[in-house]
Each structure stands twice: as C-alpha cells, then as structure tokens.
Design a binder for this molecule. Structure first.
Ligand SMILES: CC(C)(COP(=O)(O)OP(=O)(O)OC[C@H]1O[C@@H](n2cnc3c(N)ncnc32)[C@H](O)[C@@H]1OP(=O)(O)O)[C@@H](O)C(=O)NCCC(=O)NCCS
Length: 141
C-alpha cells in the first residue's frame, strides 16, 4: 500500500481513516520499559499491540468472545523508537464461518517539531469466535 497520502502537505498527522477502508483502531506511545538492548522498542511489545488492535473489528463482528488463532504474516519494516506515537489501522480481509482475518498497518508519528509519519509494521492475523467452552462458534448473521 502506498504511503503517499502521508506526503500531502495538508496532512499534519496520522488521520482516523486511511484509503482502502483502513480504520484507526488504536493509538499508543511506548514507554522506557518497552526498550530492548539496542535502545529500540522490543518487537514483542509491538506484536502484543498489533494483536490488541487487530482484535477490534473481529470482536465487533463476532459480537462476543474471540481468540487469536494465527498470525499469518508479520513484517517489521522500520524500528520503533522512544517518543514515537503509534497509530494502528485495521481492515477486514476475510469473513469465514467462525473466523475473521484482518490486515493491520502501523504508522509512527515522530519528531513533532518537523513531523514525519512512517510505516513501521504490517501484519495479517486471524481471530476465531469462541463459545463459553473455548470452541469455535459460527459468526452471527
Ligand atoms: C482458536 C481455536 C478455538 C480454534 O479451534 P480449532 O479446532 O483449531 O478450529 P478450526 O480448525 O475449526 O478452525 C476454526 C477457524 O479458524 C481458521 N484457522 C485455523 N487455523 C488457521 C490459520 N493458521 N490461519 C488462518 N485461519 C485459521 C479456520 O479456517 C476456521 O475458520 P472458518 O470457520 O471461518 O473457516 C483453538 O485453536 C484455540 O483455542 N487456540 C488457542 C487460542 C489462543 O489461546 N490464542 C491466544 C494466543 S496466546
């Protein structure tokens, strides 16, 4: 997906909606406790945030309990650093019988004095609607 929309001069920050039906589902800023030995943000922290963000649209569709069944793809395109404000955009890519798959794009707003917005991560995940016993259940109509 193109990042050209972030180069439009009138666009000052990551907006609430992106082209291609991608909607903002989470914004969060990492804390010093999330830093790895290189001084960047630990990839596992980013993965946890993506899992939380990716669950938002499937949760609405499933109207109840869901579980992450698969991380089908995960790409760290750029390091995340302290001070970055991360915006997570999700889009439903498939609705099955019991499962919902989503694509998640993560953008970092950095250097507020001369703002840059850069794509740092993208991922594809699948969530399954589950019943009270943790078994797959059909998605509601
Ligand atoms: C999620 C869980 C209930 C699914 O149970 P299951 O018996 O494996 O389910 P099924 O094989 O019937 O598959 C259920 C759905 O998941 C989909 N699915 C299963 N594995 C998948 C994979 N690797 N990628 C994409 N979709 C997958 C199936 O296609 C099916 O979708 P559909 O009904 O829309 O066609 C079970 O695997 C589970 O409890 N996993 C642990 C979940 C968890 O704890 N997540 C947190 C991670 S710590």
């Amino acid at each position: 997906m193109s990042d050209d929309e972030f180069r439009r001069p009138e666009l000052k920050m990551a907006p609430s909606r992106l082209s291609g039906d991608r909607e903002l589902v989470l914004r969060v800023m990492p804390m010093p406790a999330d830093v790895n030995g290189n001084g960047d943000i630990f990839g596992g922290w980013v993965m946890a945030q993506v899992d939380v963000a990716g669950a938002v649209l499937p949760y609405r569709i499933a109207k109840g309990r869901i579980a992450t069944v698969a991380v089908n793809q995960f790409v760290f395109k750029q390091p995340v650093t302290l001070g970055d404000l991360l915006s997570f955009y999700a889009k439903v890519t498939r609705i099955g019988t019991t499962s919902v798959s989503v694509h998640v794009d993560v953008y970092a707003e950095r250097n507020p004095a001369d703002l840059q917005v850069v794509k740092v991560t993208e991922a594809d995940l699948t969530y399954v609607a589950i019943d009270g016993e943790g078994r797959p259940r059909p998605l509601p109509k």
